[in-house]
Design a protein around this ligand. Structure first.
Ligand SMILES: NC(=O)c1ccc[n+]([C@@H]2O[C@H](COP(=O)([O-])OP(=O)(O)OC[C@H]3O[C@@H](n4cnc5c(N)ncnc54)[C@H](O)[C@@H]3O)[C@@H](O)[C@H]2O)c1
Length: 331
């Protein structure tokens, strides 16, 4: 039984804790640490976690743990990872591993050899697993072009003036690096899984919502080592789009096309196929898969899929998008 300490009791922690509940035969959350006593108590009450602490250091000082699960804000990730590694624990850390590529690279160099896995869940979504399987089997030939989009109206005020994205995640207000570092980081990582290593060829980043400090729209051009061209378009303030996040994907190959639209993944060409998903389930599912993968790798000693070294490739794409677009603009 893996004894896990949860760090951070905010919005996303509910998805972690629901996932840990499903792994009750293999792991148990013995404590939760959060300087916000109310948040810690709320999660402890809802998930039957025996003890709460005001800090990760206090938790590690009192508990016998095998692993920690970090879901605190990004600016605390590196210090919390260092704490877990120094205590010889397996560490799962939410993305982004650190606020910048330089800070993440320094952390990775310092913690080399530790049992550290990045919680990058998008690539674990069932439809992306299926698309990756189709691509690996060569079922659409050589990929020529790819387009991924994430359009939401979450930052537009509704009839009552409420911006849904800021209710769900209030910290969106103050992040200077918002859309790419917080959200599109997932899409960049997934594109790497689908298309292989990429480089950023062009990026245009902007802001229309005045209630936030960072960017809410981005267009990122990419080129794969195979030569395929890709474009990632994201906008959190797009009129006519739903308030919730939903991805669209189009991958055009020499002998077929793969399209994700709504809840349907479809392959066109010589051997057509279509799969439909319960999209609401797919998000929780991807968190569950991350946790199950961590437990399995810790048990068997096998390598994590989302190692910090692998994640640096994704963080480099994030950094290059900011650099090439000149975002954030000088104050
Ligand atoms: N993978 C995903 O799909 C996904 C989705 C949402 C958020 N996230 C990531 O999860 C992390 C948390 O996001 P959130 O939406 O839950 O944020 P949040 O603001 O809702 O919650 C953060 C919590 O961390 C606590 N906290 C602050 N400093 C801490 C510290 N030093 N130690 C322990 N707890 C501390 C806060 O009190 C708060 O309860 C971020 O890195 C975010 O990028 C990932």
């Amino acid at each position: 039984m893996l004894r896990v300490g949860m760090i951070g009791a905010g919005m996303v922690s509910q998805h972690h804790l629901l996932g840990w509940q499903k792994l009750h035969d293999a792991a148990t959350i013995v404590a939760i640490a959060d300087p916000g006593a109310e948040n810690a108590a709320r999660r402890a009450g809802a998930f039957g976690i025996p003890r709460t602490y005001a800090s990760a250091a206090a938790m590690l000082g009192s508990e016998q743990l095998d692993a920690i699960d970090i879901a605190a804000p990004r600016e605390h990730h590196a210090e919390l990872v260092r704490l877990g590694v120094a205590n010889g624990l397996a560490v799962l850390c939410q993305k982004p591993l650190a606020p910048t590529l330089a800070e993440a690279a320094a952390l990775v160099a310092e913690t080399r050899g530790a049992r550290l896995m990045v919680h990058e869940n998008w690539r674990f979504r069932r439809y992306y697993r299926d698309a990756a399987r189709w691509l690996a089997a060569g079922s659409i030939g050589a990929v020529q072009q790819c387009q991924m989009t994430l359009l939401t109206s979450g930052l537009l005020p509704d009839a009552d003036g409420v911006r849904a994205a800021l209710v769900r995640q209030p910290f969106f207000r103050h992040e200077r690096r918002l859309l790419v570092n917080e959200v599109l980081i997932h899409h960049l990582d997934t594109l790497r899984v689908l298309l292989g290593e990429l480089r950023v060829t062009t990026a245009r980043i902007g802001q229309t919502c005045t209630d936030i400090a960072g960017e809410d729209n981005a267009l990122i051009g990419l080129r794969a080592e195979s030569g395929a061209a890709a474009v990632l378009l994201g906008n959190l303030a797009a009129h006519g789009s739903p308030a919730t996040q939903a991805d669209d994907l189009l991958v055009i190959g020499t002998t077929g096309t793969i399209r994700l639209r709504g809840n349907r993944l479809e392959r066109f060409g010589a051997a057509p196929e279509a799969i439909e998903y319960d999209m609401a389930e797919c998000y929780q599912d991807s968190c569950d898969a991350v946790l199950a993968h961590l437990v399995d790798c810790v048990r068997t000693g096998s390598a994590f899929e989302t190692t910090p070294e692998d994640n640096l490739h994704t963080l480099r794409l994030v950094e290059d998008a900011y650099r090439l677009s000149g975002w954030p603009p000088a104050p």
